[in-house]
Design a protein around this ligand. Structure first.
Ligand code: SF4
Length: 319
């Protein structure tokens, strides 16, 4: 079940509707949250870090200098309407216009997904087949795991026909926010038999997002030979403390997932209230490096439009 109405959310998290309404903005990017994620929100807590990620907040109406509708240059990098080719050797296919959840800080919240419908895949697949420099295909979105099981299997079979593709990478928040939905028996069997190297990059920002159900779903993907990595976004009021990120890394590891990237917020209109200042960011990462083994410290990066790779952020650099 997906919650899309404020009264349903209020009932689930035990906060009076009038109180929630006072904090909420009427946005074109609507409230959308799967029941599993809503169940991880602490009841009665208006400041819950998971609630902050999904509630259309009145803070979104603030304008801020440097924040735009296309902060990472996706629209400029779009050779067909569903293929992004920004980095050498890798290309990204917009597979679905939908997500199971609407994350308020999303850098693609203004992306014209309606242009990236299935009818454009053929053009994208033809382009991929003619460019032998591309070895890795990234399924992104929206969220690729919102496609039907039959649609996913069909797409994988078509990609396998392209001989120079070696690695399939799937970027999805579904295994975290709606883990049962990612548990598709036939899809997992097809993945198991696939010739591709397989990587699933999940997206989890706070340890409270992880549950027994996420653990079980991650294990199903591990069982069919998929490497699991996590990316998170550094978000004010959600995970902007060393203690939270440390717990996140440890819990991910205990569920078989390695931390990969921690992104600085992409400066998308409506999300300025999530941005973490430079000094606390350094302090957080200094503590993580001291207190965690290197393999549990995610790489701190920012995506800069036009750069050939995600830009690592180092202390004393201007973030
Ligand atoms: S799941 Fe990813 S693409 Fe979808 S709204 Fe959240 S951050 Fe954006």
């Amino acid at each position: 079940m997906i919650i899309q109405r404020l009264d349903e959310l209020a009932a689930q998290i035990d906060i009076p509707l009038e109180i929630l309404q006072r904090k909420t903005l009427n946005s074109d990017f609507k409230l959308k949250v799967p029941m599993h994620f809503a169940q991880q929100i602490e009841k009665g807590n208006l400041d819950d870090p998971l609630l902050r990620q999904i509630l259309p907040s009145i803070e979104e109406a603030q304008t801020a200098v440097g924040f735009s509708q296309d902060p990472v240059g996706d629209l400029k990098a779009n050779p067909t309407e569903s293929l992004l080719h920004k980095y050498e050797g890798r290309a990204l296919l917009i597979t679905s216009p939908q997500c199971d959840i609407h994350c308020r800080y999303c850098f693609r919240r203004h992306f014209p997904y309606e242009q990236a419908k299935k009818r454009h895949w053929q053009q994208a697949l033809e382009l991929l087949a003619t460019d032998s420099s591309i070895h890795e295909i990234i399924l992104s979105g929206g969220d690729p795991l919102t496609l039907s099981e039959a649609g996913l299997i069909d797409l994988l079979h078509q990609l396998e026909q392209i001989p120079h593709l070696e690695t399939l990478r799937i970027h999805s928040r579904t295994p975290v926010v709606a883990p049962n939905r990612a548990n598709m028996k036939n899809w997992l069997a097809v993945l198991n038999a696939s010739r591709f190297n397989k990587v699933l990059v999940v997206h989890c920002n706070h340890p409270n997002e992880l549950s027994d159900e996420t653990h079980q779903t991650f294990q199903l993907y591990r069982d069919v030979g998929v490497t699991l990595l996590n990316q998170c976004v550094l978000l004010k009021g959600v995970n902007d403390s060393a203690g939270t990120l440390k717990r996140l890394s440890k819990k991910l590891f205990s569920q078989g997932v390695l931390p990969y990237y921690c992104h600085l917020l992409d400066r998308v209109e409506g999300a300025a209230h999530f941005e973490v200042d430079t000094t606390p960011t350094w302090q957080i990462f200094e503590t993580l490096r001291k207190e965690l083994p290197g393999y549990l410290v995610p790489k701190l990066v920012r995506e800069i439009a036009g750069e050939p790779y995600k830009t690592p952020i180092y202390e004393n650099a201007d973030t």
